[in-house]
Design a protein around this ligand. Structure first.
Ligand SMILES: NC(=O)c1ccc[n+]([C@@H]2O[C@H](COP(=O)([O-])OP(=O)(O)OC[C@H]3O[C@@H](n4cnc5c(N)ncnc54)[C@H](OP(=O)(O)O)[C@@H]3O)[C@@H](O)[C@H]2O)c1
Length: 330
């Protein structure tokens, strides 16, 4: 594959709203030891990209300053020590950054094969959400078959993924969302009950079924004490974001008396080794779910790369359901 010296990318010109995203020409990066260079077909758009754009989520050291945490495409070059991939292989991959570009670098063991029968468009939406959901819901949260699992933001990229994977694991799934239409989608995806938080009290709903064994939450703020109330004794709360604020007053006596666990994590700053371990687990457990039709990404919309600002307006508005992608060079 002929790799040019320069490529089209989308840069964050300054911290701010979606219109600070602008096309630029930058050098194509070269793969170092253990890395691959991907000719990007599609790049997934995630809420953390919007956080980075607004100045609230800086890339880790040595990561590309360009936005974009996941992509699909074909291997364009391999660095020394890479044995699994060769030029031309179709892959989808978790990226440390830099997905909004014609070429992107990542560690070879953060890439996975395109699942059988899946398009590059859909596959671009898998890594960031699958890695986040599996590592928090299963590796950290310990979800098991038969447990009651509650996920907030049920129609988000994360929520639609968590509902399907939890259901495939044999859990009883509950979700919250901000409209009746969104709640219907959650139940179609496998939730036993979806609570419209504009109208109903999710803590009361969870108490009426015995409490949640595990909650995956991205909202935080006023949800924290309500999540604690929603948990069954010995229940676990895994926090993956704080869309409504990270500071809150909480009575920890209930945490102690009912033996609750409150934890959380964020994927991007973790070590390459930790991400490679998550990749291996995702390939081992989630790829077979895709193969047997138990999980597929819910697609909201697609924009050309140079319309990245429109994609960001869309992800920050309440209307979208599932994943948004940028079409780069399919
Ligand atoms: N920890 C990690 O490693 C990690 C990795 C990836 C993503 N995340 C986080 O997970 C969350 C979901 O990511 P995503 O890419 O799937 O995003 P997304 O599709 O934009 O979803 C955000 C969802 O949050 C719901 N929501 C509830 N309260 C909200 C509020 N106060 N403001 C805005 N939205 C609110 C919205 O649904 P309703 O309209 O139904 O409320 C929406 O579905 C984000 O917060 C993201 O930062 C964390």
């Amino acid at each position: 594959m002929n790799v040019p010296d320069a490529m089209l990318a989308i840069e964050i010109t300054q911290a701010g709203g979606p219109d600070v995203l602008a096309p630029c020409s930058v050098p194509v990066p070269l793969p170092g030891h253990g890395q691959i260079l991907i000719r990007v077909a599609y790049a997934g758009v995630n809420r953390p990209d919007a956080l980075q754009r607004s100045g609230a989520y800086n890339p880790p050291p040595n990561a590309s300053p360009l936005p974009g945490l996941e992509a699909s495409g074909h291997v364009a070059a391999v660095g020394s020590g890479v044995t699994r991939w060769k030029v031309g292989d179709a892959v989808c991959a978790l990226l440390p950054g830099g997905g909004y570009a014609e070429y992107a670098l990542t560690a070879a063991d953060h890439a996975l094969p395109i699942p059988e029968g899946m398009s590059l468009r859909e596959a671009a939406c898998l890594p960031e959400t699958c890695f986040t959901v599996w590592s928090n819901m299963v590796m950290r949260g310990g979800l098991k078959a038969g447990e009651r699992f509650l996920v907030h933001g049920g129609t988000s990229g994360i929520g639609t993924t968590a509902i399907q994977i939890a259901k495939a694991l044999g859990a009883r799934v509950f979700a919250t969302a901000g409209s009746d239409k969104k709640c219907s989608i959650c139940t179609e995806l496998g939730a036993e009950q979806a609570i419209n938080y504009q109208e109903g009290d999710f803590a009361a709903a969870m108490k009426s079924v015995g409490g949640a064994d595990l909650i995956l939450d991205m909202v935080g703020g006023p949800y924290l004490p309500r999540n604690v109330r929603s948990l069954a004794d010995d229940g676990r709360l895994v926090q993956i974001a704080f869309l409504s604020g990270a500071k809150v007053e909480l009575n920890f006596a209930e945490v102690m008396m009912r033996r609750l666990t409150i934890t959380g994590s964020t994927l991007r700053p973790q070590s390459d080794l930790a991400k490679a371990r998550i990749a291996a687990k995702v390939e081992q457990h989630v790829w077979p779910m895709i193969a047997r039709g138990a999980f597929k990404p819910v697609m909201d919309s697609e924009y050309p790369l140079d319309q990245a600002p429109a994609a960001h307006w869309r992800i920050e508005a309440p209307g979208h359901i599932g994943k948004i992608v940028l079409k780069v060079a399919p």
